[in-house]
Design a protein around this ligand. Structure first.
Ligand code: B12
Length: 470
């Protein structure tokens, strides 16, 4: 069959369609696969129609996240259905809300959780072969049926490398003359299930399976594969997923893989404070780790316990100081407005932000994600109404569409959020510009003056209004 996989993305961020490249690799031995990536592009009906007609696929698979991607995904699916194509949605949003997704008539099937096994089976079914319906949602005799999770989970190491060779224009993901970065995905799921996170969603837990991490050498193999496809200079690896450096043992293996590769590369990662110690930091700094993302989320012990994300704040300060000493660019993330959070608890977080050294504080307002323990609390509080239609999720994550599900008065929550962010984001922009200069990334430095977090948020708000009104 001819299968067209579409990343709808959003019109302001260019990001490689990693999930779709993984899916493509799993099915390309039996099917003819095409990938279209609309991330970083404006789309219109004519363009979508032309693209589909040119490839003339039997099946169209769309990857969808919760938020501004939804109106774009609906638009693509509406046109695909007009052209009488079979439309399949996969990715984080249909995984958490498969039933609601199928209530939309433009979607024929949803693949819940990991796509590799279930999508192969769905394609077999559509060809009239015998296969399992597990992991798939569909409409049968006018009724929506959500099947249970597949019995097996994907062994990442046994999967072929992602299909970078199927991208239409690989160079667009490496826009710099020098110092480009390759984003790789080496994990599945997360070892923790923090109450606010996508990973604590019931379907994610059931259908995505347990936490897995690929052998570290695979990231190097992927880098070499991509380098064989483009002349662009790539000297950085971004493995900053939900949870990359999971233990001392894994960190050691990853650092050895980098060393043994003989490549002179720098790398970015994500971990947890509870994993890190001086020994790990020495090791990662020595092998070129230059940036790390760590979550604090709250400075209040009660909120930490309630969300099941425990961060020893004294240990965190200790680690942050050492990361700074080792010149590793540190991003700490926080959530303001946890359900049940009080003004006093928010104050504890703000106090901690001022105390811990770092290069970036990434502060987000809490946004209710369905199927998580936090979500149930939001509905119970009566401050947030369950969204009934898929279209209603379009504004998720876009500033200006926020709800306050905490016990903090609106005025205090929102003014603290904007005030602290104004200061912290300014500090971050300065630190990032410094980092670009230090690493001789001059084009990024100049672009950073115009395209930064502030201008990004403004563009996101404008684009979201535009996309949703079409
Ligand atoms: C890289 C990344 C980003 C990048 C790029 C976004 C992008 N285009 O993916 C950036 C930094 C821009 C980003 C931004 C955001 N992100 Co983000 N991001 C990720 C991250 C770390 C990796 C994504 C990835 O490549 N995964 C690896 C691939 C292999 O997995 P996958 O894409 O899910 O694909 C598999 C399955 O889902 C399925 N599948 C996927 N698509 C399809 C399609 C078909 C047809 C089929 C059959 C199967 C299928 O098969 C694949 C292989 O098994 C994930 C965490 C994670 N572990 O996935 C979060 C994640 C996707 N992001 C998330 C969030 C919340 C955001 C933000 C809203 C954050 C914010 N507050 O600003 C923004 C908004 C993005 C938006 N709406 O456009 C959530 C998504 C929650 C949700 N319900 O949508 C995640 C899951 C993180 C989390 N734990 O909460 N993100």
């Amino acid at each position: 069959m001819r299968v067209l996989l579409i990343e709808v993305g959003n019109s302001i961020t260019i990001f490689p369609p990693i999930g779709l490249m993984h899916i493509a690799s799993a099915i390309r031995d039996k099917h003819e696969v095409f990938i279209k990536d609309y991330s970083g592009k404006e789309i219109n009906n004519d363009r979508i129609k032309k693209d589909i007609l040119k490839i003339n696929p039997d099946i169209i698979g769309v990857r969808v996240l919760t938020g501004p991607q939804i109106p774009r995904a609906i638009r693509v699916s509406r046109i695909a259905k007009k052209l009488e194509k079979t439309v399949v949605w996969g990715g984080p949003h249909p995984t958490i809300l498969p039933y609601q997704t199928l209530e939309n008539n433009y979607v024929d099937y949803v693949v819940i959780g990991e796509g590799e096994i279930s999508f192969i089976n769905l394609l077999k079914k559509l060809e009239g072969q015998k296969a399992s319906w597990n992991g798939i949602g569909l409409r049968k005799n006018g009724k929506i049926v959500i099947n249970p999770a597949p019995k097996e989970i994907v062994n990442i190491d046994k999967q072929p490398l992602p299909s970078w060779d199927l991208l239409e224009d690989i160079d667009r993901y490496f826009p710099e003359k020098r110092h480009n970065m390759l984003v790789v995905s080496t994990t599945r799921g997360c070892a923790f299930k923090c109450g606010f996170c996508h990973n604590s969603n019931e379907n994610v837990k059931k259908y995505l399976g347990c936490y897995r991490i690929a052998r570290p050498e695979r990231a190097i193999e992927e880098l070499k594969f991509v380098q064989s496809l483009t002349k662009k200079h790539i000297d950085r690896l971004n493995v900053g997923e939900d949870f990359h450096l999971i233990s001392y043992d894994y960190a050691k293996r990853f650092c050895e893989a980098i060393k043994n590769s003989g490549l002179k590369i720098k790398w970015w990662t994500a971990s947890r404070y509870s994993v890190l110690n001086k020994e790990i930091i020495d090791m990662i700094a020595e092998t070129g780790c230059e940036r790390i993302l760590l979550g604090v989320e709250s400075g209040s012990r009660r909120i930490q316990e309630w969300s099941k994300k425990i961060v020893d704040l004294d240990h965190a300060i200790h680690i942050a100081k050492y990361l700074k000493k080792k010149n590793i660019f540190l991003t700490n993330s926080y959530i303001f407005g946890h359900p049940t959070e009080t003004s006093g608890e928010l104050k504890e977080t703000i106090k901690f932000i001022k105390k811990i050294p770092c290069h970036e504080n990434l502060i987000q307002l809490y946004r209710p994600l369905p199927g998580t323990p936090y979500y149930e609390e939001c509905i119970k509080s009566g401050k947030f109404k369950d969204l009934k239609k898929i279209e209603e999720w379009a504004h998720f994550g876009v500033l200006g569409n926020d709800v306050n599900v905490s016990k903090i008065p609106d005025g205090i929550l929102f003014s603290s959020f904007y005030k602290v962010n104004a200061i912290e984001q300014t500090k971050f922009v300065i630190n990032e510009e410094r980092y670009y200069l230090k690493n001789k990334m001059y084009s990024k430095f100049f672009r950073g003056l115009v395209q930064n977090r502030f201008t990004y948020k403004l563009r996101e708000i404008i684009q979201n209004k535009k996309e949703s009104s079409k």
